[in-house]
Design a protein around this ligand. Structure first.
Ligand code: XMP
Length: 326
């Protein structure tokens, strides 16, 4: 356990100078740990794995292989950004795995939320394992574990663990961020030159849009989640809410309601907007989004997203509602 306790002497990283000192220290430590060996990293494009990737690219360059699994439940533009930033700009070894069909086929007809989560988690391990087996001589597995994952202090599920890999694929762990809090990871990420929209991303659950396409996921309804989420994010960014609201997203429930489009009856899905603030995700309050902005977003979603004729705003704090809908 001593290994897993943040040293009392460790100063809180709040400035770019402190971040640069941390980076220098970690580069030396990573080079000492890894030597000339090879490291593997599951790179989701989330804040933590992105910062680990940027550190390791600096420390050991092409000795690092990043594996980005697109499970089809990512937000609009995310896989493209991972490829652009890490392969094109940082010149990393990046294996991009298009596993969209594989995940969506496995999830077909599965309505129960915890089963959906289990399938997504298990399939992720399987895809990652297959990629790991294709690579020779990997000795280390890097993970974006951060201090709250170790403390397990909140209901934000520990997701930084490619645990579940079979016995013969046990690597030595490399966890350079394990004593950092989220705000510190962001300062370090900025100092490493990662784009602000990657470093200041809102939390995103491991099962991704899968828990926002309630019940059994269908491809067309999943696209409605992705497109409406992209519109919401664009409008929040334009109107100064992106940096202010803790988490905001859309849900498309698995039922339709009657509406009218172009003078014709349109039996289509509703989109639900959720925008909440919290410190630790244990409780949450609803953001007071300006009504005129909600009207504008409604106008856009109902006109731009196929299959949607209605928009609702979720007024429920946590408790009684959880942040996600499933
Ligand atoms: P709830 O819905 O429980 O969510 O109020 C609290 C926070 O946890 C995130 N969340 C998840 N994160 N895997 C994750 O990595 C999950 O299965 C999961 N479920 C919820 C949620 O987005 C919110 O920030």
């Amino acid at each position: 356990m001593a290994d897993n306790k943040r040293p009392a002497s460790m100063e809180r990283i709040t400035t770019s100078e402190l971040a640069n000192a941390f980076i220098d220290e970690q580069l030396a430590a990573l080079r000492a740990q890894i030597g000339d060996k090879k490291v593997l990293l599951a790179l989701s494009g989330g804040v933590d794995s992105s910062v680990v990737a940027a550190l390791l690219i600096k420390a050991v360059g092409k000795q690092l292989t990043c594996v980005h699994v697109n499970h089809g439940l990512l937000r609009k533009g995310e896989p493209e950004q991972v490829i652009e930033v890490f392969r094109n700009q940082m010149d990393a070894n990046l294996v991009y795995v298009d596993a969209v069909d594989r995940f969506l086929n496995k999830l077909e007809g599965v309505a129960e939320p915890e089963r959906k989560r289990k399938i997504i988690g298990a399939e992720f391990i399987r895809v990652f394992e297959e990629e790991a087996r294709k690579l020779d001589g990997i000795e280390f597995l890097a993970q974006g574990t951060i201090y709250p994952d170790i403390l397990e202090s909140g209901p934000v599920k520990a997701h930084h663990n490619v645990g579940g890999l079979p016995e013969d694929l046990q690597f030595e762990l490399v966890e350079p961020l394990k004593f950092l809090f989220k705000d510190e990871v962001r300062v370090v990420g900025t100092a490493l030159g990662l784009p602000a929209n990657m470093v200041y991303r809102q939390p995103f659950p491991g099962p991704g849009l899968g828990v926002r396409c309630t019940g059994a996921i269908t491809r067309d309804r999943l696209e409605a989640v992705r497109e409406s989420d992209a519109i919401l994010r664009e409008e929040f960014a334009k109107n100064g809410l992106a940096g202010k609201v803790w988490q905001y997203f859309t849900i498309v429930p698995d039922f339709k309601t009657t509406g009218v489009k172009n003078d014709l009856r349109a039996y289509e899905w509703p989109v639900v907007i959720r925008a909440v603030n919290t410190r630790d995700a244990m409780t949450a309050t609803v953001e007071d989004v300006p009504f005129s902005l909600l009207q504008h977003i409604t106008e856009r979603i109902t006109h731009e997203v196929p299959g949607v004729n209605r928009v609702l705003f979720d007024l429920t704090p946590k408790p009684t509602g959880t942040i996600e809908w499933e």
